[in-house]
Design a protein around this ligand. Sequence first.
Ligand SMILES: [Zn+2]
Length: 446
Amino acid sequence: MHDVRVYNSLKDSLEVFKPIREKEVSMYVCGPTVYGPVHIGNMRPVVVFDVLKRLFKYLGYKVTHISNVTDVDDKIIAAAIREKISELELTKKYAESYFKCLEELNVEKAEYTPYVTENMDGIIKFIADLIDKGFAYEVNGDVYFRVSKLEGYGKLSNLDIEDLKVGARIEENLDKENPLDFTLWKKTDVGINWDSPWSKGRPGWHTECVVMINNIYQDGRIDIHGGGFDLKFPHHENEIAQSLALHGHRIATYWMHNGFVNIDNQKMSKSLGNVRLAKDFLETYGGSVVRLALLSTHYRAPLNFTDEVMNSNQVEYTKIENAIRLAKVRFQLNNIDYQNADLLEDKLNDFINELADDLNTANAISIIFALVKDLNLDIRRNKLDSSARIVKTLDIMLDVLGFKAIDVVLTEEDIELFNKYHEAKSRKDFALSDSIREVLMERKLM
Ligand SMILES: [Zn+2]
C-alpha cells in the first residue's frame, strides 16, 4: 500500500500520514463565511481537500470529511442590514450559491456540514467549560480566552509571541488582561443574538470550528485540519489553544494549509477591486477547466489566475476531453468494451505516487497529458486495444482528481451517419463524405 506523505504546518515538515483510527481518515476543512457570493480563492481549499479525500478513498480508507458553514459573523449582520433581509435569509441565499459552485466543480459532498447557528448550545457550554477551568474570563458581558495560562501558544503559526503582542496592542482593548486574548463571546444587541450566562450576544469565530469537531468526535481529535494559509493565524492557532486548554491536545495530527489564489499577480483584495467570484469563473469556463486550473500548481504554492492562464487551461482540458471522446466513439463503433482492457498499472502507480507525495497534482496532471498524447497517436493509427488500456487508466486518474466522467453515447442516428460516411468514402464520393464528416465533427464525434 502507498504511504501518503503530507506537509504538516504544525511541525513545518513532510510526514508520513498515520491515521488515529485504522483505515479511517477524519478531516475538517474550514468552510466559508457566507455573507456574499464566494470568490475564486474560496474554491482552492475546497478542490485541494476534495482531491486529498478522493486519494485516500482510492487507497481504501474510509474518509469522514467535515466542512462547516459560518453563518454568524459581523460581516453577515452588516450585509443583512445592507440587503434589508434577515441574517438567516442572507446566509441561506449565499450558502446555496456556494453549494452550487461546489456542485459545478464536482466536489464530493462532505459527510457533515455543520452550521454555527445549529450548534449554539454546544458553543455556549464549551465557553462555560473554559471559564470553569480558568482559561477564559468575562468582562462586562464579553468573554475572552486567557492566552497567558496556556503553554505553547503560537506553535502552529510559528510566530514570536512578543511580535504578536506588539501587533495586538495597536488595536488594544482595555477590557482584556492581555492584548493576545481573543474573543469567545461578544455582547451585542445589533443583529442576530443568543442568550448566554454572560450576555445577549454571539460567539467568536475561533470557538465554532472546535465545537463542531467535538460534536462529531467526542474526544475532539481528528487526523487532518485544513484551510487556507490565511487561517493559520489567528484562527487555527486559537482553535488549537482552546482544545489544548480543555482536552490537552491540538485537535488534529496534521494541519494542512493551501496557498492563495492571486489575480494578475496581485493578491485579491477589496481595496484593489480585483476580487473575482467563483461563479463568474465557473460560468465562463465550466467546472472542469476551473478544477484543472486550481490543481495545476502545487497546493502550497501561490496560484496566479490571469485570462491567459484560464485560456490555456481551457485548451489543455479540451485536449483531454477530445482524445477520450474520440476513443470512446471508436470503441462503440467497433463494439469494444474498454472496461475489459488491462490497466496501465505502472502509469497508474506513478500517478498515485505523485499524489501521495504531498498531493503533487501538477506532476500527476503531466502524467495524464503524456497519456493523452499517446492516446492521440494510437487513435490516429487505429490501435484500439492499446487505446482501450489508456482510456481505462485515464478514466481512473481523472476520477481521482475529481473531474466529471467524459462519456459519450452514440445514438442510432450517429451510427447511421458513420455508416453513410464510410460508404461514401468507399464509393469515392468525397463531396458527400466531407459533408458528413463536418456534421460528425460538429457533434464532436470525429
Ligand atoms: Zn475554522
